[in-house]
Design a protein around this ligand. Structure first.
Ligand SMILES: *[C@@H]1O[C@H](CO)[C@@H](O)[C@H](O)[C@H]1NC(C)=O
Ligand SMILES: *[C@@H]1O[C@H](CO)[C@@H](O)[C@H](O)[C@H]1NC(C)=O
Ligand SMILES: *[C@@H]1O[C@H](CO)[C@@H](O)[C@H](O)[C@H]1NC(C)=O
Length: 324
């Protein structure tokens, strides 16, 4: 029997049986399903001892889902997707999609009793898809590089940005555009190193994507240490230079016309000619920047104050000589 014939037969039976609408035999008015999952339309019908004369589930008033008399006619697109409980009329619909959103009507015609009917609306919620976010591949350099992170996903209603687990708020360097789809960092700062996460959500699901950013910086102004702080002639002296930098800086010492590589400068036995101005140059190969500082190495057995007073004495002597 084809569906058209079956349907007209059922309608004929319905009209002859005296339709009594309003008997809502479906337990809820609205059902919510999630894309890809199962929904169950449950009826309040007590299992009948004998099968119903006819039972039909339809979708949006026109589409047959299943019509069951002494045979079952399953609508197109519902094959392998439905399970009907013939004793109660309850229906299980598998793998729901947004196409299944609409109104479902159940009509049951028992033998020798009034028709039962129920309506239910189905809403299908789609979880937010995995957001796509492309992470920067170029080197990020403090104070120079600006970048935009873009995050969006199907079904997203809101978007939130986090940095190392804390919500990001607009502030110096950070701004948000296009309904929070774009986070703009301009320019990057060393404190921006870390994990940036975008959280896209709708009222029942969320999904995230992240980028780990590494911001190269420096070198900052080098700091020079001398060990021991007061060194006398014939003692060993150790100068060390350090500058905050990512990646680590390389160092170059300059003294008179000589240069020496490395962060430390060691003098085994200080002699007079070792004293003077030492310059340390720190260089960062990725940022391409350099910074330098200098240090004066002296023989601490001849204090600065001593030499100054000597000058002072000389002046006094000269004055005294003139006065004579
Ligand atoms: C669920 O439905 C979708 C869309 O119609 C289809 O691509 C997919 O293969 C179905 N999955 C299962 C398990 O039937
Ligand atoms: C980032 O996006 C903003 C706003 O759309 C745009 O003005 C800016 O030029 C972009 N910056 C970069 C580095 O792409
Ligand atoms: C993402 O946002 C949703 C909705 O506000 C929240 O429930 C969830 O905990 C957030 N997830 C993460 C990893 O931040």
């Amino acid at each position: 029997m084809n569906y058209a014939i079956l349907r007209s037969t059922v309608l004929l039976i319905l009209s002859s049986a005296g339709v009594c609408y309003g008997a809502g035999v479906i337990t809820v008015d609205l059902l919510r399903g999630i894309t890809g999952e199962i929904v169950t339309f449950t009826t309040s019908v007590k299992p009948a001892a004998e099968p119903f004369m006819a039972l039909t589930w339809s979708f949006n008033g026109i589409t047959n889902v299943i019509t069951s008399t002494n045979v079952d006619v399953v609508g197109q697109g519902y094959e392998n997707r439905i399970t009907l409980d013939k004793a109660t009329g309850s229906l299980v619909l598998k793998n729901v999609t947004e196409k299944d959103i609409g109104e479902y009507v159940l009509i049951i015609i028992p033998f020798g009793a009034g028709q039962l009917q129920g309506n239910v609306k189905l809403e299908v919620l789609t979880p937010v898809s995995k957001p796509s976010m492309s992470c920067p591949t170029q080197n990020l350099i403090e104070g120079k590089t600006s970048l935009n992170l873009t995050c969006d996903a199907h079904g997203a209603e809101s978007r939130v940005w986090m940095k190392d687990g804390q919500p990001l708020v607009p502030g110096p360097g950070f701004s948000f555009h296009n309904d929070n789809r774009v986070l703009s960092i301009s320019p990057v700062d060393r404190r921006d190193t870390g994990e940036f996460l975008c959280n896209v959500s709708n009222h029942f699901s969320f999904n995230t994507a992240k980028c780990n950013l590494k911001v190269y910086y420096g070198p900052d102004m080098p700091v020079i240490d001398q060990m021991p702080t007061g060194a006398e002639l014939e003692e060993s002296v150790f100068l060390s230079c350090s500058a905050d930098s990512l990646p680590k800086a390389t160092y170059l010492w300059k003294f008179r016309l000589t240069t020496r590589k490395g962060p430390t400068y060691y003098i085994h036995e200080m002699e007079n000619w070792h004293t003077g101005k030492y310059t340390c140059v720190a260089y960062n190969a990725i940022t391409g920047q350099e910074a330098s500082a200098f240090h004066t190495l002296r023989d601490s057995s001849t204090p600065i104050t001593g030499s100054m007073s000597m000058v002072f004495c000389t002046v006094l002597t000269t004055l005294a000589l003139r006065l004579v």
